[in-house]
Ligand binder design. Structure first.
Ligand code: PH2
Ligand code: MG
Ligand code: MG
Length: 142
């Protein structure tokens, strides 16, 4: 019993980033919208830290990582993250360009996902020390 209605819960880590406008406010608002999402439970958030931009010259970022537990499938979670980005005024911008808010799925349980819309684990984790540091603060230990 319960099988039919019991949705699998998956531990996920979400990268948070902003380098336009009130960066702190954008990240807090994104966290609130994420927390208010059906099928998402917020577990832990790392410290937010200021980081130098990776990519073309642009303002410094505020970055962090949130640990969540979710019953959403990966692409449904991605849809929700993109809806939150849109709600917070993110515009379609150049790759690695400035952004009001960026929400990335870093890990989705221990799954490897290769899809035109989504690559998990996030390919930039290995290159970004700050992401690795924030992941640890959010409870990820490999
Ligand atoms: N995100 C990017 C491009 N460059 N640099 C920093 N420091 N932090 C980011 O989150 C970041 C970046 C594209 O998503
Ligand atoms: Mg990103
Ligand atoms: Mg992104």
């Amino acid at each position: 019993m319960g099988e039919i209605n019991s949705s699998k819960k998956t531990l996920c880590y979400i990268g948070l980033g902003s380098n336009v406008g009130n960066r702190y406010e954008h990240i807090l608002q994104a966290l609130e919208l994420l927390q208010d999402t059906d099928g998402v439970k917020m577990l832990r958030v790392s410290a937010l830290e200021e980081t130098k931009p990776v990519g073309p010259p642009q303002p410094d970022y505020l970055n962090g990582v949130a640990a969540i537990e979710t019953t959403l499938a990966p692409l449904d979670l991605l849809d929700r993250l993109q809806a939150i980005e849109k709600q917070l005024g993110r515009e379609h911008i150049e790759k690695w360009g400035p952004r009001t808010i960026d929400l990335d799925i870093l890990y989705y349980g221990d799954e490897t996902i290769t899809h035109p819309r989504l690559t998990v684990p996030h390919p930039e984790i290995a290159q970004r020390e700050f992401v690795q540091r924030e992941l640890k603060q959010a409870g990820y230990h490999g």
